[in-house]
Design a protein around this ligand. Structure first.
Ligand code: BDR
Ligand code: CA
Length: 333
């Protein structure tokens, strides 16, 4: 039996593109248990773990949540132009904090992830919000295969990037660093895009205070998320942090309630060539660049040229309100 939440006309239809992944697990469970969202599909991208492991994890989680009605599809097997970098170091050997979920009752959807995205966008024009919380390979492939989806997508709300330095390198955040060319395609596509970056995610630490609240209630999803969060909080403590950053869940949180964040418009480019900065999201914060005009053997600044924003970049978050929302959606599930 499936326990689908009936979708009302005000629910937001989303496709979650994910590399599960421990914080991906929390994002997925938040999405599946939020009546504001109607999860139409889960597409899997390699990142935190291989494509094969990620697919297995997605299927097991959707099964745990009793939602075999949601298509789960495999997508890309590797980044567009570089070797995959997996992160079992952070997410556990199986990507799910080493928690062994029961085998899935759900079956994989035979469609290729990027094609499923294309198909669903055409079937519900202007209604689908894409929520990518892994490297942007699948989304870029969908745009490359069918650019006509761009004006038909309602919005893209992605976890990735940073305007204050990275976690993979000094400059680059992991999702963007894992496929910078794909990220550049997605940022320049021309659709409404919100960047929920590393720096704003770092402000949402799920500490033991919140974990204890999840620990007071029970249910299959509740208990799974309790174990995942426990693992991540212990891991964060080893690095001196009082809680685990809720990167991917925050992107879902913004899809649920955009008032959780402040997100001023900026123009963002993804650096693909820099020796030290490959994968950096370079954001123009004042909306203009200097106009330099050649005069003889030198350039002279002659004014400012406006640059159009292509993203809303999250800079502030009401962390406690978001964390309370997360806990309330997971408790007892
Ligand atoms: C992002 O990278 C992954 O490790 C997480 O799942 C998140 O999507 C944070 O940089
Ligand atoms: Ca992720």
């Amino acid at each position: 039996m499936t326990l689908a939440i009936p979708a009302s006309s005000t629910t937001r239809k989303i496709i979650l593109d994910t590399d599960p992944g421990s914080d991906d697990a929390m994002a997925l469970m938040l999405a599946l248990n939020s009546p504001e969202l109607d999860v139409r599909a889960v597409t899997v991208v390699p990142g935190n773990v291989t494509a094969k492991q990620g697919l297995e994890n997605a299927l097991r989680m959707v099964s745990l949540a009793n939602r075999c009605d949601i298509p789960v599809a495999a997508g890309a097997q590797h980044p567009l132009f570089q070797k995959l970098i997996t992160a079992e170091f952070w997410h556990g050997k199986n990507g799910l904090a080493n928690i062994e979920l029961p085998p899935s009752k759900c079956k994989v959807d035979p469609r290729y992830g990027p094609d499923l995205i294309i198909e669903m966008v055409h079937a519900a024009p202007h209604e689908i919000t894409l929520v990518p919380v892994g490297p942007l390979t699948n989304i870029a492939l969908a745009v490359e295969r069918d650019p006509s989806i761009v004006p038909l997508v309602k919005e893209v709300i992605l976890m990735g990037g940073s305007i204050t330095g990275g976690n993979s390198t000094a400059a680059a955040e992991a999702n963007i660093y894992n496929d910078p060319e794909a990220a550049q395609i997605v940022f320049q596509a021309g659709w409404p895009l919100t960047m929920v970056g590393l720096d704003v995610g770092d402000k949402t630490l799920l500490s033991s205070k919140y974990l204890d609240q999840i620990g007071q209630t029970h249910g299959p999803v509740n208990d799974f998320i309790y174990q995942v969060a426990h693992y991540l909080i212990d891991l964060s403590a080893q690095f001196g942090f009082n809680g685990t950053p809720m990167y991917d869940p925050l992107a879902v949180g913004v899809a649920i309630d955009a008032t959780l964040v402040k997100a001023p418009p900026m123009h963002v480019e993804v650096e693909t060539r820099g020796e030290f900065t490959r994968g950096e999201t370079v954001a123009n914060r004042h909306g203009a660049v200097e106009r330099n005009v050649l005069h003889g053997d030198r350039y002279m600044v002659e004014g400012l040229d406006k640059v159009e924003p292509n993203a809303k970049v999250c800079t502030e978050v009401d962390a406690d309100r978001f964390l309370q929302l997360f806990v309330s959606r997971i408790r007892g599930k």
